[in-house]
Design a protein around this ligand. Structure first.
Ligand code: 6PG
Length: 471
């Protein structure tokens, strides 16, 4: 007797793949699984966790395909890039018209657009799907950002809605638009994630080096903030992290961790995309740059001895409340930049992204889940064409209240020589965005001076050129 056909398949039993497969099976959907190395498939299918669940392991790709009900649907959880293309190439000859491949990895959205077109031309279906939430989210409820044809998304809608995180009885899974839309939104999520993490790291540095707080005090501050407007997963885990002691040395755990951050590239992609669509996302860019600077450990150690901060006073006048306000306001700016970048890309690609839905499905499961996403949902409900989150009435008020503390913090950091690239770039973004007149008039004059690029005037329409050398 052969096994009954599985409703869905999953290829790639890494940590995310295994947890997603368990989550799907746990919700009663029979699942077939396959991994390039059969030993891993065997170990997983025979594991304690998979026991009793409708999980069938396959050693061969052919038997995996044969084990799926038609038209087939299968999720790829393999490494983004070449490995994904290789897996798709191996699958295509085994598939039939209408079979559906769902890429659940962190693919670049241009790859997703290319794969969607290539597979559609073969009569196959494709969804580029961002899955956020790490290991824990994959197992217990991730946030799922689906891109591709609406009818293809419809086919797997019950599975994704069932396995996603649920907030206020609403699943954190949605079809967001065609081709690359899902992976674009996931990439921008990661860009915001980088900014959010960097802002928190800078705040920690200020707590230590400006306020002189010890670890219990820092942990208590983050735990307290988690109960207020800053309530979010990243603030919560930061409080946990700051409370952890290294068993070997007895020191706070973060004190023994090398200050050299890694990155897999999605934050950089988000910045490249924002630049491509002319969307200013400086805080996200600073967060990516900060990881790059952190990686220059040896150079920094060398420079530390040569470049003193200068003789600046210790009188800073910064309170813990001011730090909280700075973090909150800067965080709003990072989200505003991410949403504005998504709006620019949506227009360029005709994705028709619904920002209220995006904010809603980020409220649970994903790394940047936060209480204030409710406010973003409200902002887009009140005005779906809102040009920027900063001008929504709730955020106008929040920024007005946070502004004095934020400015004091950035000023104190500058005077003390504590690097706060994300907090300060967010403030510069805020000040630029709220400036009715910027010094770009001078840029235009310079461009016209050296390149005859022309300029517009404030007092009459048209384009003008000045012969700047003529007296
Ligand atoms: C998630 C995360 C996850 C990962 C990112 C960033 O949403 O679950 O974003 O996808 O953390 O890829 O990783 P790096 O910090 O290594 O670039």
């Amino acid at each position: 007797m052969s096994e009954p056909a599985a409703e869905i398949g999953l290829i790639g039993l890494g940590v995310m793949g295994q947890n997603l497969a368990l989550n799907i099976a746990d919700h009663g959907f029979p699942i077939a699984v396959y991994n390039r190395t059969p030993a891993r498939t065997d170990a997983f299918a025979g594991s304690e966790e998979a026991r009793g669940l409708p999980v069938t392991g396959h050693a061969e790709l052919g038997s995996f395909i044969a084990g799926l009900s038609r038209p087939r649907a299968m999720i790829l959880m393999v490494k983004a890039g070449e490995a994904t293309d290789q897996q798709i190439d191996a699958l295509v000859p085994l598939l039939e018209a209408d079979d559906l491949i769902i890429d659940g990895g962190n693919a670049h959205y241009y790859d997703t657009i290319r794969r969607d077109a290539a597979l559609s031309a073969k009569g196959l279906r494709f969804l580029g799907t961002g899955v956020s939430g790490g290991e824990e989210g994959a197992r217990n409820g991730p946030s799922i950002m689906i891109g591709g044809a609406a009818d293809a998304a419809q086919r797997v809608d019950p599975i994704f809605k069932a396995i996603a995180a649920q907030v206020d009885s609403r699943p954190c899974a949605a079809h967001l638009g065609p081709d690359g839309a899902g992976h674009f939104v996931k990439m921008m999520h990661n860009g915001i994630e980088y900014a959010d993490m960097q802002l928190i790291a800078e705040t920690y540095a200020l707590m230590q080096h400006v306020l002189g707080l010890d670890y219990p005090a820092m942990q208590a501050a983050f735990a307290e903030w988690h109960r207020g407007d800053l309530d979010s997963y990243l603030i919560e885990i930061t409080a946990d992290i700051l409370g952890k002691t290294d068993a070997e040395t007895g020191l706070p755990m973060v004190e023994v961790i090398l200050d050299r951050a890694g990155q897999k590239g999605t934050g950089g992609w988000a910045v490249q995309a924002a630049i491509e669509y002319g969307a200013p996302a400086a805080t996200i860019a600073e967060a990516v740059a900060a990881r790059g600077l952190s990686a220059l450990k040896a150079e920094r150690e060398h420079a530390a001895a040569k470049l003193p901060a200068g003789g600046v006073g210790r009188d800073h006048g910064v309170s813990l409340e001011a730090l909280r306000d700075a973090l909150l306001a800067a965080k709003v700016c990072a989200y505003a930049q991410g949403f504005a970048a998504m709006a620019a890309a949506s227009e360029a690609h005709h994705w028709d992204l619904d920002f209220g839905t995006i904010a809603a499905i980020w409220r649970g499961g994903c790394i940047i889940r936060a209480r204030f996403l409710d406010r973003i949902v409200d902002a887009y409900a009140a005005d779906p064409k809102l040009p920027n989150l900063l001008v929504d009435p709730y955020f106008v008020d929040l920024l007005a209240k946070a502004q004095p503390g934020w400015r004091a913090v950035v000023a104190a950091a500058a005077m003390r020589g504590v690097p706060v690239p994300a907090l300060s770039s967010a403030l510069a973004y805020f000040d630029s965005y709220r400036s009715a007149r910027l010094p770009a008039n001078l840029l235009q004059a310079q461009r016209d001076y050296f390149g005859a690029h022309t300029y517009e005037r404030v007092d009459k329409p048209g384009t003008f050129h000045t012969d700047w050398a003529k007296l």
